[in-house]
Design a binder for this molecule. Structure first.
Ligand code: SF4
Length: 226
């Protein structure tokens, strides 16, 4: 099956199974960017804990930008990699202040998507996943972020070879995702990854997209040839 057609089918099958995901409360782009930096190498619970502690310690971003790197690190410690993240967050905030004149990124939502990617991925700690998460969640832009679940599922489905990087997956999937469906497919892949397509021992027998999944078809062939 052609990849684009397959992406349409997968999107529809997942919407049938999980529904069309509602949009949650929208966070402003700068807060979303810092939250996403905090999410690196940790889970949502620890990320949120670290973010809450940071906001309690420093109610505005100006204070974080000027804050002591060690005190910031202490505040965000529950999210892991605290020293590295605290340096990066300060550097990102300084760069935004220099570039935009204030600690506000609302204008991001009116900029060209490719220009945003090019500009922000030059920052340490901001990859294509981070900035696409901000664009999708905060600006409602139709862009498809590739996190660890999305990366694994896209490769298992056969959109890319097993060895493809997450960044490569982002660029390959970008033109394949049906127009207007990035949010739905991203959220439903997350749901699939958390409930059925586990990294270890995926529950393929109850998976709504097993009929078009190369990983599953290979597994079935192996069992049949035994
Ligand atoms: S069939 Fe299995 S490997 Fe394929 S997407 Fe579903 S759970 Fe994942």
């Amino acid at each position: 099956m052609e990849a684009k057609q397959k992406a349409v089918q997968v999107t529809e099958l997942l919407e049938e199974k999980f529904g069309i995901p509602p949009r949650d409360n929208v966070m402003d782009p700068l807060s979303a960017l810092i939250l996403t930096v905090l999410s690196q190498s940790t889970n949502d619970k620890n990320r949120d804990h670290a973010y809450r502690r940071l906001r309690e310690k420093y109610p505005n971003w100006e204070e974080v930008m000027n804050g002591d790197v060690n005190i910031i690190a202490d505040a965000i410690r529950p999210g892991g990699l605290a020293n590295q993240k605290s340096e990066r967050i300060k550097a990102i905030l300084k760069w935004i202040k220099d570039e935009y004149g204030s600690l506000n990124l609302d204008s991001l939502c009116d900029m060209d998507t490719d220009a945003i990617i090019e500009k922000f991925t030059q920052l340490k700690g901001v990859g294509v996943k981070t900035i696409s998460v901000v664009m999708m969640f905060s600006c409602g832009i139709d862009i498809f972020p590739v996190d660890t679940h999305v990366h694994r599922i896209c490769r298992r489905l056969g959109f890319l070879p097993e060895k493809a990087t997450a960044e490569k997956t982002f660029w390959v999937m970008r033109p394949l995702v049906p127009k207007g469906k990035s949010y739905s497919l991203h959220m439903n892949f997350l749901k699939l990854g958390r409930t059925i397509c586990f990294a270890r021992k995926p529950k393929c027998e109850i998976c709504p997209v097993s009929g078009v999944c190369e990983f599953y078809l290979r597994k079935k062939d192996d069992i049949n040839s035994e």
